[in-house]
Write a protein that binds this ligand. Structure first.
Ligand code: UDX
Length: 433
């Protein structure tokens, strides 16, 4: 058992801290946001993550998990401090490390007076290659070893990904750091989870390379989807057939309105920035971003090609994907304002992102409390995320509630044959047949 402090209680920090407690460690999660900490201490979960509530309450109950907005409290007994602080994109596209640096400053100040048991600082945040080395320089005088331990958590499935990771990556620059991380993740290694031990810069680059490759797969299949429509092919069959090749794999080959979220767009930009600084051109990632931007325009064109203004469109799904309330870089943030500007009226619903969406999309949109309420009063429907409740909703009811029996299904989640038998037209992505 290790005494751990986790700085940052966003979806990465809170899930990481809770799952470290679940593994039997004693964890203090700290955050400068007092309101968030107060809510956590009242047993409330400030973010939507499936399975997190139960883990939080269980570990708080057995006194393995604690929350404070005082870093000194969190560090008091800690041997290891994890930094899970957001590193958003700056204007230039480089990662904004100001929040991370502020946390390191606070840790250094704390160590000046209370070094205590602290020996390791683990960077869980996604940071440009070379960041760990810079922080190591600052912490050398305190005998604190800096470790890179990137997260691979998908929003909405973060607890699952944290408890059952495909692999754990650690970047170390000292054998004691490696020993500590092996001890920390011993439970996973015993379960057969591969533990990749490498250098700090290599570990930092692994994170960016992983996200960039996943984003590349998505832009690739989105381009193939566009070609499928031009040649009369079915992208779902193409994706299925190529995914059967173990060298390609079936995942991340679902065409859609383009990737969003707090990671892919940011991480690609940051990697491009790092490469440019080093005089290396990443042509593929340039194209990945261009295709991703064009995908949103393609959806808008799909709507304008079949739906005359001034029709009312029922938009189902506002967050960047199903299973989350996160609106960061959501396709809806580009598509809906464009449709409003073109003269359409919008009725919209998302199972968990409604409050977030109102803050981003404003009040020119009619926000509805459910699928049926969104469809009634609308002419056609536009599906932007793949929530199960959209998949299972009765297509007969969709046809009944819309004035025009048509759905533009940007996630290819509806069965077109069944819809056709009901007299409902489904326009998908890449379904050229
Ligand atoms: C991603 C990585 O998966 C995760 O490992 C990393 O730690 C953080 O970034 P996340 O951004 O939460 O996780 O979402 P993810 O499920 O990866 O989807 C990213 C975007 O790609 C979403 O907009 C999603 O809708 C889109 N996507 C995903 C597709 O369009 N098609 C796919 O086949 C898969």
């Amino acid at each position: 058992m290790t005494n751990i402090c986790v700085v940052g209680t966003g979806y990465v920090g809170l899930v990481t801290g809770t799952c470290l407690a679940e593994m039997g460690h004693t964890v203090w999660c700290v955050d400068i946001n007092e309101d968030k900490i107060n809510r956590l201490n009242r047993g409330e979960t400030p973010i939507y993550e499936a399975g997190l509530d139960e883990l939080l309450h269980r570990n708080q109950g057995v006194k393995r998990l604690f929350f404070s907005n005082q870093l000194s409290v969190g560090l008091a007994q800690a041997e290891v401090v994890f930094l899970a602080i957001n590193t958003p994109s700056s204007e230039s596209g480089d990662a904004d490390l100001s929040y991370l640096s502020a946390a390191v400053d606070t840790i250094v100040t704390h160590c000046d007076t209370h070094l205590g048991a602290l020996r390791f600082l683990v960077i869980k945040s996604t940071v440009p290659v070379g960041t760990g080395a810079k922080i190591q320089q600052r912490l050398l005088p305190y005998g604190i070893s800096v470790i890179s331990n990137p997260e691979f958590l998908r929003e909405g499935q973060a607890v699952q990904d944290a408890l059952y990771p495909n692999r754990i990556v650690v970047g170390v620059n000292h054998v004691d750091a490696e020993k500590m991380m092996r001890r920390l993740y011993h439970g996973y290694v015993c379960r057969g989870v591969p533990l990749v031990v490498t250098t700090v810069p290599t570990s930092e680059l692994i994170k960016y390379a992983a996200n960039s490759f996943l984003a590349t797969k998505i832009s690739f299949i989105n381009e193939i989807a566009m070609l499928c429509e031009a040649v009369g092919a079915d992208v779902l069959d193409v994706a299925h057939a190529i995914g059967l090749d173990q060298r390609i794999g079936p995942h991340f080959l679902s065409p859609g309105p383009g990737f969003g979220g707090s990671c892919f767009p940011k991480d690609i930009q940051a990697l491009q920035y790092t490469a440019k600084e080093k005089g290396v051109d990443l042509h593929i990632l340039q194209a990945v971003n261009q295709v991703n931007r064009r995908q949103r325009e393609w959806v808008i064109r799909k709507v304008t090609s079949v739906v005359p203004t001034p029709c009312t469109i029922a938009v189902l799904g506002l967050a960047f994907k199903a299973g989350t309330d996160d609106m960061r870089d959501a396709p809806a943030l580009t598509i809906l304002p464009a449709l409003l500007k073109l003269g359409y009226s919008i009725r919209a619903y998302d199972p968990v992102a409604m409050e977030m969406a109102k803050g981003f999309l404003g009040h020119d949109i009619t926000y509805c409390e459910g699928v049926t309420a969104t469809l009634i009063g609308s002419d056609v429907a536009l599906i932007l995320t793949e929530w199960d409740e959209f998949v299972t909703y009765s297509m007969a009811d969709i046809k009944q509630h819309l004035t025009q029996p048509m759905v533009i299904d940007c996630r290819n989640i509806l069965n077109r044959q069944l819809a056709s038998d009901l007299g409902l037209t489904i326009i998908g992505i890449g379904r050229g047949i």
